[in-house]
Design a binder for this molecule. Sequence first.
Ligand code: MN
Length: 233
Amino acid sequence: MSEHVFTPAATPSVAVAGSAARFPVRRVFCVGRNYAAHAREMGKDPTREAPFFFMKPADAVVDTGGSVPYPPQTSNLHHEVELVVAIGGHGHDVPAERALELVWGYGVGVDLTRRDLQDTAKKMSRPWDWAKGFDASGPCGPIHPVQAVGHPQAGRIWLEVNEELRQQGDLNEMIWPVADIISHVSASVQLQPGDLIFTGTPAGVGPLAPGDRVRGGVDGVGSFEFRLGPRPA
Ligand code: MN
């Protein structure tokens, strides 16, 4: 039997609503520009061209309820509230009509973004990773099993900063609904249990400051709350 040269890191995981059990995180896929109003605020025309994806490391996903560190190397950290799909099945080339069978549950999270780094990357045709995939860049509220919340197709998605409403939209405004997103991801990679998909953000993205209190949710699905830590020294 071969041994590791050191003890491997613990499997990243996220809380499950109403349970002490945890949802183990394998990979994190994120959809770009999936709400028309957000595409417009980013200076793009919303289209129904095929969705595009980027990733965060699995351990970017952290629990909410407490403090989330303010990341280094940015002076323009942005919030993007998103419905998070938690995959519980295996699937390759899954047709949209069968895609929801892969879903274990749903949560609500934030695709934290170092917007200044992203703007530079876009200008220089460089990857987005450093803007999107930093430590703790995916705070996520508890996952609610499908048995409890079904498959939400509509519902208000919102985010507040220090009790002020910043983002608001409705799941029914997604350019690509969840079933289509799963189908598209599974055409490129084999989806496996533990994969999470951040499904894009509605309009109203904007900056966060150290110490901000961030709350958000999707009505009928779930919510989260966290406080941002101090700016790193
Ligand atoms: Mn996003």
